[in-house]
Design a protein around this ligand. Structure first.
Ligand code: MLT
Length: 249
C-alpha cells in the first residue's frame, strides 16, 4: 500500500452493502480501509426521492466523503454500482485516486431497454420487489453458481425481495435515465481496473473490452467461470485483483 487511500464499494441492483461482506472482511484483513455504503432505497440507505438519479447517488458518495473528512478515494462499483461510480467520475474526477469498474458498462440504455425497465417498474409497483427478482435472478449469476451455490442464489433472492417496491421501481427508473458515461471514462487520468465475469450475460466481456480500450490507464481482468455478481461468485479472485490494484496506488 503506498498511500492507503480508502476504498469505497458501490453495490449492484437490487442488493445492498451486504453484497460486499467477502470484500469488507477479506480486504480489510489485508490492510485496506473499506466503505460499503447502501444506495438510497437499498439496505439502510434511506428513501430515494421520486425523481432519483444516479448522479444524485454519486453526490451521496461525495457527501459521505465530506462527512468523514476524506479527500480522495479509490471508487469501485459493480453493475449499477459501476454506473454510479462512472457518474462520480463525471462529476468529481479530482476526488478519485483510482476507479474499479466491475461487471458494468458506460453505455446508456437503448430506447428498447428503457421501455423494458419502465414496464418492469410498473410491474414491481403492482406486484412487489419479487417481480424484479424473478426477472433479474436468472441473469445475475453464472451457470456454475446457479447449479452449485444455492447459498449465493438464496442470498441474492433474499436481498432483492426485502426491498420496498417503490425503492426498486425508482432504482429501475434511475438506471433507465442514466446518461452515457463514455466521455467521463475516456477523460479520466487515474488508473482504472476493469473486471468482468466470463459468463456475464448483463454486462459482457465485449462491454468490458470496449471500456478498457477507451480508458487511458486501464487493466482488464476476465474472471473465468463467473457471471454478473463476480465479487460473490469468485470472492478470492475478485479480492486478489482489487488488492493488487489498490496496493499500487
Ligand atoms: C445490476 O446488477 O446492478 C443491474 O443488473 C444492472 C442493470 O440492470 O443494468
Amino acid at each position: 500500500m503506498k498511500k492507503n487511500i480508502p476504498l469505497v464499494l458501490l453495490h449492484a441492483f437490487p442488493l445492498s452493502s451486504a453484497q460486499w461482506l467477502p470484500q469488507k472482511v477479506g480486504l480489510e484483513a489485508s490492510g485496506l480501509t473499506v466503505y460499503t455504503p447502501d444506495q438510497r432505497g437499498m439496505g439502510q440507505g434511506g428513501e430515494a426521492p421520486a425523481s432519483y438519479t444516479l448522479d444524485q447517488a454519486a453526490q451521496d458518495v461525495a457527501a459521505l466523503m465530506d462527512q468523514k473528512g476524506i479527500d480522495k478515494i479509490i471508487l469501485g462499483g459493480l453493475s449499477m454500482g459501476g454506473y454510479v461510480a462512472l457518474r462520480f467520475a463525471a462529476q468529481y474526477p479530482e476526488r478519485l485516486a483510482g476507479l474499479i469498474l466491475s461487471n458494468t458498462k458506460t453505455a446508456a440504455d437503448t430506447e428498447e431497454g428503457k421501455k423494458a425497465r419502465e414496464a418492469l417498474a410498473k410491474k414491481v409497483r403492482a406486484e412487489g420487489a419479487k417481480a424484479a427478482v424473478e426477472a433479474f435472478l436468472p441473469k445475475l449469476l453464472g451457470k456454475k453458481t446457479q447449479e452449485e451455490h444455492p447459498e449465493i442464489v438464496g442470498l441474492v433472492r433474499a436481498l432483492g425481495e426485502s426491498r420496498s417496491k417503490e425503492a426498486v421501481a425508482r432504482a429501475l427508473e434511475a438506471m433507465a435515465q442514466r446518461p452515457d458515461s463514455a466521455q467521463a471514462l475516456s477523460q479520466l487520468t487515474v488508473p482504472c481496473l476493469i473486471l468482468v465475469g466470463q459468463e456475464d450475460g448483463i454486462t459482457t466481456v465485449a462491454d468490458a473490452e470496449m471500456m478498457a480500450k477507451k480508458t487511458q490507464k486501464s487493466t482488464l481482468k476476465i474472471l473465468p467461470g463467473v457471471g454478473h455478481l463476480s465479487n460473490l461468485e469468485a470472492p478470492a479472485a475478485w479480492n486478489q485483483e482489487v488488492l493488487s490494484f489498490c496496493q499500487k496506488i
